[in-house]
Design a protein around this ligand. Structure first.
Ligand SMILES: [Zn+2]
Length: 322
């Protein structure tokens, strides 16, 4: 059987999130939505439309540990017997979310926001949001978590789905591919708009791993798959996966080129580039722009076109040879 899309509300700019339901041979849910009364009611209604209740769910499978995708995991365990399945890569975000958030906050505070050139108030806003996310997260008891591995096969809807590692938007993100029916549960890897390369705390706590190059590598993996239909984490089903990837690659290339032009014209810091390239965003929504700009700079640095110099604690960018 095919996954049934259930759209759940979120309080975020991204809009609603999709969870997917398999009713046969046993009820399985992919992702959970956020932990809110509105989302919980919508989930119950979505299950009821197929004659099911939360207590009927046998397994809940998480694609990646972002709050719109796993926020209600703990609540689901409190209202039924479902095991929560997540890649071992993302396990800690489920079992110990506060500790993970603390690591991310420490990295942003000590190694990321200042060198990006953010003003004190903007720094505080980002940290305040993360602190709120940490405080409002609820851990899932370890005995209710079943980790899976990249390369495993998950049984859903009477078929075997391959677990693929798709870093870029989240370093631990997994997507699920069903080769005989060419179905792909794409999470936030393949969306109607290119995914945001979120900056994460690195394993050593200091040295950032570039996210946009990882995302482009994941696109390359997707290009090697035969995908008839994709089930994204947000928005309607996708029937033109390969065309969409082509368009998104093109858009990323042209925005990267714009970033280079702005550097030529005198934009020197990350935040100057954000304010120039995302002038159309309200100021409190520019964090997404910050991640994109850092991504374009990572590509330009990797290509050897731009060099980064830390001056007075702030990263400044120069076109090589200018
Ligand atoms: Zn999402």
């Amino acid at each position: 059987m095919k996954p049934i899309r259930i759209e759940l509300p979120t309080p975020f700019d991204v809009g609603p999130v999709n969870v997917y339901l398999f009713t046969e041979p046993e009820p399985v849910l992919v992702d959970t939505g956020v932990d809110s009364e509105e989302s919980w009611a919508a989930l119950q209604a979505g299950l009821a439309a197929h004659g099911l209740a939360v207590a009927d769910l046998q397994r809940v499978i998480i694609t990646h540990a972002h709050v719109d995708h796993l926020g209600a995991a703990a609540r689901l365990t409190a209202h039924g017997n479902a095991q929560i399945h997540i890649a071992d890569l993302g396990y800690e975000w489920l079992a110990a979310p506060k500790r993970k958030w603390e690591q991310r906050i420490a990295f942003y505070r000590d190694y990321f926001l200042v060198p990006c050139g953010l003003a004190a108030q903007a720094q505080q806003m980002v940290i305040a949001y993360m602190t709120y996310a940490a405080e409002s997260s609820t851990p899932v008891e370890p005995k209710r978590i079943t980790p899976f591995k990249v390369g495993d096969q998950l049984a859903m809807g009477g078929l075997k789905w391959e677990v693929l590692h798709m870093p870029g938007h989240a370093s631990h993100q997994t997507c699920f591919y069903q080769p005989t029916t060419r179905q792909f549960i794409s999470a936030d890897m393949l969306l109607h708009k290119a995914p945001t390369p979120i900056v994460e705390e690195p394993p050593d706590g200091k040295t950032r791993r570039p996210s946009l190059p990882l995302l482009l590598n994941s696109f390359t993996v997707l290009e090697g798959l035969d995908i008839a239909i994709a089930y994204p984490g947000h928005g309607p089903l996708i029937h033109n996966a390969h065309e969409l990837i082509r368009q998104q690659r093109q858009r990323l290339q042209s925005r990267k080129q714009e970033a280079l032009d702005h550097i030529r014209q005198g934009c020197q810091t990350v935040i100057e580039l954000v304010n120039t390239m995302y002038a159309h965003y309200p100021e409190n929504a520019r964090i997404a722009g910050l991640w994109m700009v850092v991504g374009y700079l990572d590509l330009l640095k990797a290509e050897g076109v731009v060099e980064e110099r830390e001056i007075g604690g702030v990263w400044r960018y120069f076109v090589k040879g200018d």
